[in-house]
Design a protein around this ligand. Structure first.
Ligand code: PLP
Length: 425
């Protein structure tokens, strides 16, 4: 067993001044029954904790770090920017360049607004859709997570909830009652909902590849079907590409699958490791936002110079280097190896992978929606997680999250990870 005494002591103290000792619940490792590791530093594919243990990291800060930790070009861009001032609350040339770069890369986006998190991006996209359509109801899919704003916390990812009942105390029932929830990949359920309530939906919001019930790809025709149903009904289609944006392709899932949404939400990778989100769409839609139109949305630190510097450096590298074929190859080598070991050891499992994101479910599969994902064996996952951690591999501490492969994962990292799997099964 690794020595975790410093992490454990810090966690004990943190619980006295931070609820649960963490600033975001899943970091507490509660579902796997272990104390979390306190992280001191990261470089490339590795992170190091306060006890000096090193881990190959497949969390990557929950998705943003597609170039690994402390990428030198991002660090340089940040240190240049910070010497010029950390916040102005006024327009900058770099924000313009960032907006042009996003519009250039993401097919559906002509205009974009920067915010500070994925939560803000999804929340603002919903308000915009309501403002544009003059309708109030929205439709989401069980197991899809769109941040922690009130109306989007219905059956959001790994929380337990029933239809249209808040997943969190403190969320007014009447807010969530504007949210219709149906199973992911169930086009017929969407069709019935629209037939029963025509011209009522402001928007359908979807993670085009679900990443918050574990990775669950869209069935062939699902995204295309949503596109058609939205167009016919007059609802807007919102792709929440907070995870998939710049991960599956330069233009995200909409480029990967060739389906164009009306509004796109971005986050994670777009900030280069700093807090940024964005939402964008056609000029017609985006011009409903204040100060042009009447949909209000704002932010003191939106377009913050440091976040923009890091994000812009990230996007420029992705455009320049096109790492996507290499990411695909690394991830498929890892999942092929994983499958081979699990098959040899006769472990019941399913691996869902799209590009550089994947999940391992201890379940015979297939897993095409949240309701099926919930059948995966969590006790088995917790045992696997603990053993992988002890063998130097840092995974998301939940059976319903993704492994994220990044460009700094070397062949040696992948081999070491597969060795850890052999030792953990
Ligand atoms: N949307 C998706 C698909 C996400 O995965 C997340 C976070 O994991 C969010 C929105 C919320 O983003 P943030 O945590 O930056 O508020």
């Amino acid at each position: 067993m690794k020595n975790n005494s410093t992490s454990e002591a810090l966690f004990e103290k943190a619980q006295a001044v931070i609820p649960g000792g963490v600033n975001s619940p899943v970091r507490a490792f509660k579902s796997v029954g272990l104390p979390p590791r306190f992280i001191q530093s990261g470089s490339g594919s590795k992170i190091r904790d306060v006890d000096g243990n090193e881990f190959i990291d497949f969390v990557g800060s929950w998705g943003p770090l597609i170039l690994g930790h402390a990428h030198p070009e991002i660090v340089d861009a940040l240190s240049d920017a910070m010497r010029k001032g950390t916040s102005f609350g006024a327009p900058t040339r770099q924000e313009l360049e960032m907006a042009q770069t996003i519009a250039d890369m993401v097919p559906s986006i002509e205009k974009v607004r920067l915010v500070n998190s994925g939560t803000e991006a999804a929340m603002s996209a919903i308000r915009l859709a309501r403002g544009v359509t003059g309708r109030e109801k929205i439709l989401k899919f069980s197991g899809c997570y769109h941040g922690h704003s009130d109306g989007l916390l219905a059956r959001a990812g790994s929380g337990a909830a029933t239809l249209s009942v808040p997943d969190s105390q403190g969320v007014p029932r009447n807010v969530v009652q504007q949210t219709v929830v149906v199973p992911f990949n169930d086009l017929q359920a969407v069709r019935s909902e629209i037939e029963d309530n025509p011209n009522r939906l402001a928007a359908i919001i979807v993670e085009p590849v679900a990443g918050n019930m574990g990775v669950v790809p869209p069935n062939p025709g699902f995204l295309e079907g949503l596109r058609k149903l939205c167009t016919r009904d007059g609802a807007l289609l919102i792709f929440d590409e907070v995870i998939t944006g710049f991960r599956l392709a330069p233009g995200g899932a909409q480029e990967y699958y060739g389906v164009t949404p009306d509004i796109t939400c971005l986050g994670k990778i777009i900030g280069g490791g700093l807090p940024v989100g964005a939402f964008g769409g056609s000029s017609d839609i985006m011009d409903h936002l204040a100060p042009v139109g009447g949909v209000y949305q704002a932010g003191t630190l939106s377009g913050n110079p440091l976040a923009v510097a890091a994000g812009l450096a990230m996007l420029k590298i992705l455009k320049r280097d096109n790492p996507y074929p290499e990411l695909e190859a690394k991830a498929s080598r890892l999942t092929d190896g994983l499958k081979q070991i699990l098959d040899e050891k006769k472990v019941v499992h399913t691996i869902n992978r799209v590009g550089s994101m994947f999940s391992l479910f201890f379940h015979p599969g297939p897993i095409t929606c949240y309701e099926e994902a919930l059948g995966a064996d969590r006790t088995e996952f917790s045992r696997f997680f603990a053993s992988m951690l002890d063998n130097g591999v840092y995974l998301a501490p939940s059976a319903f999250e993704a492994w994220f492969v990044n460009v700094t994962h070397s062949d040696a990292d992948i081999d070491a990870t597969l060795d850890a799997v052999r030792g953990s099964i």
